[in-house]
Design a protein around this ligand. Structure first.
Ligand code: R5P
Length: 277
């Protein structure tokens, strides 16, 4: 059985009530709750934007479903706090793990998410106490970019080590004219003489664009090295401040999925959730 949060209304018809009281408290109601008793429930609830209140809403829904003994799969396309998975300074919190444990302890039996920042590969994985199924949109992003570049051959690169798996995965499996072998990807910061972008079309692919800083640097770098055309794609697009406008002015195209809604959401996550619909 499915429960759809109002924050998924752009993709499915909601059947959960969520409101915010004037003082900021959250209100959650599961109409017709008796029919969910003891059932396997797939809950579609975004945890971004408004990550803190969305997590509290998730807690209320999950605890309510657990009270009636449901098994719950949570589909949350972007996992907030996933970039805070390491401790750099004494006393810092391991926020990614704390959030995952919070979800597990609140009643998530399985989390389904997309290109989770700290996992760096597709598939099932336990992180802290949470069972996560991570779906990668890398191949779909590359296929879409192929349409946009038209007939021109292009190379796919990632701007850093974290998203290198997205560039390499999409290359390994494909047999298109854009494939030039296992060396067809590089981290932008490692662009050097053995990887010549000059005169070439380049797709820069990443798990997310937040302030746009990483992508902007990457575009500048490949352009400085003589790239002919540059496009950029990511799974999650926050596009904080005026980053979307900047990126659009710098390259041929920019697109992301609708894990977070944006004016350039062109890949539909629902097409990748077959088993959960
Ligand atoms: C970093 O490891 C991520 O893969 C992204 O490259 C990064 O988080 C994007 O953030 P921003 O858009 O703020 O540079």
């Amino acid at each position: 059985m499915r429960l759809i949060s109002p924050n998924f209304a752009d993709l499915e018809k909601p059947n959960l009530e969520i409101k915010t009281f004037p003082d900021g408290d959250s209100y959650v109601r599961v109409p017709g709750i008796e029919k969910f008793s003891g059932q396997e429930v797939t809950l579609f609830h975004r945890l971004y934007p408004n990550q803190n209140s969305s997590l509290i809403e998730a807690l209320f829904i999950l605890k309510t479903l657990k009270k009636i003994k449901c098994t719950v799969t949570l589909v949350a396309p972007y996992l907030p706090y996933s970039r805070q998975d390491k401790i750099f300074l004494e006393g810092e919190t391991e926020s990614a793990k704390i959030v995952c444990n919070f979800l597990a302890e609140s009643g998530v039996d399985e989390l389904v998410t997309f290109d989770c920042h700290f996992l760096k590969k597709e598939g099932a994985k336990k992180y802290g106490r949470l069972k996560i199924t991570n779906i990668s949109l890398a191949n779909t992003l590359v296929e879409k970019a192929k349409e946009k570049f038209g007939s021109s051959e292009f190379l796919t690169i990632s701007p850093d080590q974290g998203a290198a798996y997205m560039a390499s995965n999409s290359m390994k499996k494909k047999r298109g004219n854009y494939e030039t072998g296992v060396n067809a990807y590089r981290e932008v910061k490692e662009l050097n003489f053995d990887f010549d972008v000059s005169g070439k079309s380049i797709l820069i692919i990443d798990d997310m664009v937040s302030t746009g800083g990483t992508m902007i640097k990457a575009i500048e770098n490949v352009k400085k090295n003589g790239a002919k055309k540059v496009g950029c794609a990511a799974t999650h697009g926050f596009f904080l401040n005026d980053s979307l406008q900047k990126l659009r002015s710098m390259c041929e195209f920019v697109f992301v999925s609708n894990s977070i809604q944006s004016p350039v959401s062109q890949v539909n996550i629902m097409d990748h959730l077959g088993g959960y619909l």
